[in-house]
Write a protein that binds this ligand. Sequence first.
Ligand code: ADP
Ligand code: MG
Length: 743
Amino acid sequence: MSSARTIAIQENVDRPGRSVDWPTVGDRQLFPSEIFGLDVFDRKTMAATLPKPVFQRFSKQVQGRQQLDRPTADAIAHAARIWAMNKGATHFTHWFQPQTGSTAEKHDSFLTLKSQIVAGQEETFAIDAFSGGQLLQAEPDASSFPNGGIRSTFEARGYTIWDTVSPMFIRKGPHGTSTLYIPSVFIGYNGEALDEKSVLLRSSEIISDATVKLLNTLGDHETKRVTTTLGCEQEFFLIDRAIYNLRPDLKIAGRTLIGNPPPKHQQLEDHYFGQIPSRVLAAIAEAEYECARVGVPIKTRHNEVAPSQFEVAPIFEEASIAVDHNLVTMEVLHQVAHRHQLKVLFHEKPFAGINGSGKHANWSIQTDSGDNLLEPTSSPETNYRFLLVLVAILDAVYKHSGLIRSSIASASNEHRLGANEAPPAIVSAFLGAHLSEVLDAIEESRPVAYAAPTAKSSNGISLDLNISTLPPIARDLTDRNRTSPFAFTGNKFEFRAVGSKQSPSFPVVLLNAAVAKSLDLVNDALIAAKGDKAVPSEEDIIGVVRQFIIASKKIRFEGNGYSDEWVVEAEARGLPNIKSCPAAFKQLLTPSSEELLVSQGVLSKSELHARYHIQLEKYAKDLLIEAETLHGLIINGVLPASFTYRKELADSIISQEKVGVEAVPEKRILVALTKTSIELQDATTVLKATIAKVNSLHGDEQGIAAGNELTHSMETVRKFSDAIEAEVADKYWPFPKYTELLF
Ligand code: ADP
Ligand code: MG
């Protein structure tokens, strides 16, 4: 084995464990609930640290979604600084989400110099200060963030503005550094959205307004606002750092570009829900601890299907906060893993042939009094509010399935969509047998046929296990269907096709926008049906529900989404099956998408086009980076390994022949290896030419060529490289193999 590999493996084996320093009171460790939010300048802390009238003004302005006035902002900034400095913070930063998929921050110190005349002489004093102006707004140099051509260089200004709904928090950095984080939106000089968050906030307001209108029509005048709720299950791999460091492909592209799957990986499914390895458990526990301090409510942790694959999931929250918290979770995992000499991989498909990672976005709508509008209750057939919201969602997903597909398209997620562990590129909705029966019954104007429940609980049906020592358990109204990209799971929809690496923001934006539009249509239909009546009658409502059930029926699919038959059936139903990323991005620009997004004010026309260009360009760049990386691996690592081994074989053959032995086995290997090496060399030459070609193209042409030609060239190179990996003596192989990476 190459010496670097041996050393890395030894380092991995010898690693001492690292424990988490939980704070204590007396001799007991703090409870999770006591740690939760310690570093958040939340409403409770604000109430305690702000003068009462200031806090009241703040609350009013936030609820009314108004801008903060300057005196209020000054008072909040002052209180926040004192609070943060007492916790060791020296800096503050506007923390925002440019369209790069990650977050951005620029730290400023509280340190300020002030001049004052003292005894006739000007003296300079150092003070700590933080003004309302600095809290509300900052102006980072925006010219280096993706903008899709929305800003010309002469108006390159961008502003970050505090999102008052998302509280400030302190992140402890390395070596005792602490910074006050101000969650912010990022907009251009003329107010154009340059980020993920401002668009999400817009879409949240639109769906809130549409839902409130519908509820009004139903006679509910209490509900003033609804929020979309989101809980993101985050999957990832954790591997040893030393071994990771020997894989330039993982370091640069986030995934392995070459390598054969090990003989045993996930076939036995013995990793899923197994005991979490101790080093990993320590790292995840430390990440949970840090998340808890900044108010991120991680609830669940477990092993995933693939070796070295894990998942954490939070308690759901309002969507924009849940997005912030998902991004914090990823950052915290990244940093904490480092301390444990581990590397976290968020790529959707780090290892070919082995399950990839997703981010299941659980989504629902909740009223300001806390009612989940997707709670079916035990008799959904008479839960009209639920039915109306449900059919609006089905209508939205049916009409905009192509657009929704586009929100999860990326070079990395492409490896996962349609492969055997991820929902396919065809968007459909799964409801489960019970709800499907309810909708079918309404459609056919007949009573609902229940699967004879033994007893009813308030929530679902209880199962009789015939084991007298076990209590009766409640069964959810829906079963699970892992093959559906958009599945109803009890009291929420689970958008399962979202990529593990991406921000969950834009998928939620498109969902919100599409559902808002359909809620409006449902509302219009109800108003037409009720005529002069104050509220619609049961028949009016059922009539509208039936109309939408029929219109959106094609989007409902209860079968196996991975099967070939579904591809055929979906085509017959006219559902789009958008396989490539460039084609998916194009969905943003269709007349129906433009009508949906622009008319509702979610995105302006120029923002929409900018997004398209940003995504397409990122896609091509991602593939070019992978291709260059692969080229380097082959030229600098794989071919030299083959040459060294070939020389050893050749030397051995010569020395054997000198003593009159015919070196048949060596010759066979040498001939085979020579042939594969030539094939690899040729394929690598083609790869280089393809890179040059794709580099010379622009826009759509570049994206399409990258998607077709570059990926094809890379696959060919990989095929021959993997063949050589199997042929070359292990001691000459320069890169850690899958077995070393994963076990
Ligand atoms: P499952 O394992 O069936 O997907 P879980 O209860 O583990 O269900 O939930 C998974 C995720 O869904 C969690 O992050 C959870 O907080 C979130 N979730 C649950 N209810 C809702 C809801 N009403 N809205 C949004 N997310 C939700
Ligand atoms: Mg789930």
